[in-house]
Write a new protein. Sequence first.
Length: 235
Amino acid sequence: MATARIVGTGLYVPGDPIDNQELARLTGISFDAGRLESKIGIRARHIARLRGIRESTADFAEKAARAALRDAGVAASEVHLFVVATDTPEHISPATAILLQGRLQGGEMESGAFDVGASCASFVTALDAVSRMMMTDPSIRHALVVGVYNMPAYLRPGDEFGWTIFADGAGAVLLRREDRDGSRDTWKEFSRLTARSGTTSASMPAVPARRSPGRSWRPGPGGWSCCRSFRETAT
């Protein structure tokens, strides 16, 4: 029986880290840094927008993916499947994974590409799905799975919740299909849990006609949500 094994990893974050004191200075927001550090553990983060770095989701994904390929010593032409796990895609369409495939392989090739959007669980969901695909499909010798986040690009000025919680960056793994011989650690299992259905307490609607560019996270009756006025008027 075949299995999937991680043979390369890559990481990319934009710019120098921003600690909580510098974040307060750059954004003009006031927050309890001590509580943020003790309760959630966030002491610093990387945010391209605050460093004046003109990069976005596809750029982060590409740099992390190239690092994973170098780590594994595998050429991009040997990859048969590209999957980007994110809820901040470069576009609604085409998938960010398609952009990644084009940048790495330089044009049309017989390789697959799709995105996975499952909020905070996007990467582990993509890793599970791709691993299972590789176990049953011998045509997929290598697969790249990239988790990437660029939520700060959507934050409005003064958004205390968003600026303190979200950050930019990407991590990538290169998977190889191998015969299971019992001598190596391989993908074992994956448990699923969905917290709730319906509108989440933090959301970003994909309806450009009903919200103004640049509007993002703001507090609503049930907690933090995106564009309260949208939620009140949408049918």
